[in-house]
Design a protein around this ligand. Structure first.
Ligand code: URA
Length: 209
């Protein structure tokens, strides 16, 4: 991995010992490791609790996130919050929500491979510092880039299934539809609710690790 910014700032981010130190260093870094830096307003590190053991990973910040410097605060995030609240799960208190890339791609296009490559060390650092017990992958982009060896996959087969991966010992993964997909196709909402319920039942049984 080559960084443009292989300097003290970059080291401070990736050498951080605690999450809050990492977050401040990245948010204030003015990172220019990829082209998204030229159009972003803010680096969007996350939203939620730094003590959470549930990590949700989306694709990339959208316009609202770019303005507010917080992940999943637009319509998709509000829908996710609402569905989780319906199950008695407070996303701000009980989870941390982050993205594969931390800066908004122009016109909300999917991030390019080189942008993901430049940004993935930050997500890996988030996982290393947070030590989540459950990771919920929101959508195909999160699955493709976090689980490297998945190859060709069908979202219809992946969603709602728990699995483990040797790169992340002690973590239970579940792939979910991205909430933006549910906004586009509300007929899938009951299916996503069923998957979220499956996660919540698991979490209620296993939360006191
Ligand atoms: N979509 C994402 O994948 N992430 C966000 O933060 C907002 C919308």
């Amino acid at each position: 991995m080559q960084f443009d910014l292989f300097d003290d700032t970059q080291n401070k981010i990736l050498d951080a010992k605690v999450y809050s130190e990492f977050k401040t260093a990245l948010a204030e870094s003015n990172c220019t490791n990829c082209a998204l830096s030229s159009s972003r307003r803010h680096i969007v590190v996350d939203r939620g609790s730094v003590d959470a053991k549930v990590l949700m990973i989306g694709e990339a910040p959208g316009e609202n996130e770019d303005i507010q410097a917080k992940a999943f605060v637009g319509r998709a995030g509000q829908l996710l919050d609402e569905m989780m609240r319906g199950l008695g799960f407070d996303t701000n208190r009980e989870s941390l929500i982050a993205n594969v890339v931390k800066c908004r791609p122009p016109e909300n296009r999917s991030p390019k491979q080189e942008e993901v490559d430049a940004c993935l060390p930050f997500l890996k650092k988030q996982i290393a510092l947070l030590k989540p017990k459950v990771i919920l992958l929101l959508g195909a982009v999160a699955l493709k880039h976090v689980i490297k060896d998945r190859g060709q996959f069908s979202m219809e087969k992946e969603v709602g299934q728990f699995f483990e991966h040797p790169d992340f010992p002690d973590v239970k993964f579940m792939v979910l539809y991205h909430p933006a997909f549910i906004l586009r196709d509300p007929r899938k909402k009951p299916v996503m609710e069923e998957h979220l319920k499956r996660f919540k039942d698991y979490w209620d049984k296993n939360r006191s690790f």
